[in-house]
Design a protein around this ligand. Structure first.
Ligand code: FEO
Length: 168
């Protein structure tokens, strides 16, 4: 039902999403090592979301009768020069994923594969949300500066406790 080229591209995205999931586990571990428990929790939650993203691709491939193939996942970086560098790396990763999703959507349109385009629309919307959330976190980290990073922790803890608040 979908082309070989599209199948290959969707399978590659499974690897990209799992890479994000692993990268955020490593980042959460780094924040935990600094004593930043709320930052750490936020990225563990985000890691779980990334695995869910990977599984959405897996399930879609199965739904359309295309083979699932999971390639090698590159190693994640587990140490950063600063909190800001760690959050910047997360933003860069989300920007890369946004470009990847846009490329997938472009391919779907090129192939007149409107079923896959419809499936991908959720990811287009999700990336807007994810870029906004991580950009907001990076702004907070920059505003606080390295000496007042505990203010970011306090803010995140308040957000965790607030009704209707959602994790990154
Ligand atoms: Fe699955 Fe954060 O992109």
């Amino acid at each position: 039902m979908i082309s070989k080229k599209m199948t290959k591209a969707l399978n590659e995205q499974i690897v990209h999403e799992l890479y994000s999931s692993n990268a955020y586990i490593a980042l959460a571990g780094y924040f935990d090592s600094l004593g930043l428990k709320a930052m750490s929790r936020r990225f563990f939650v985000q890691s779980d979301e990334e695995r869910e993203h990977a599984m959405k691709f897996v399930n879609y491939l199965m739904d359309v009768g295309a083979p699932v193939a999971v390639g090698a996942i590159p190693e994640s970086k587990s140490s950063y020069a600063s909190v800001e560098a760690g959050v910047s790396a997360a933003l860069e990763q989300e920007e890369r994923v946004t470009a990847q999703i846009n490329d997938l959507m472009a391919l779907a349109h090129e192939e007149k594969d409107y079923a896959t385009a419809s499936f991908l629309q959720w990811f287009i919307d999700e990336q807007v949300e994810e870029i906004a959330t991580v950009t907001e976190l990076l702004q907070l980290v920059r505003l606080a500066g390295p000496d007042r990073i505990l203010m970011v922790e306090e803010r995140l803890m308040r957000m965790e406790g607030a009704p209707g608040s959602k994790p990154a």
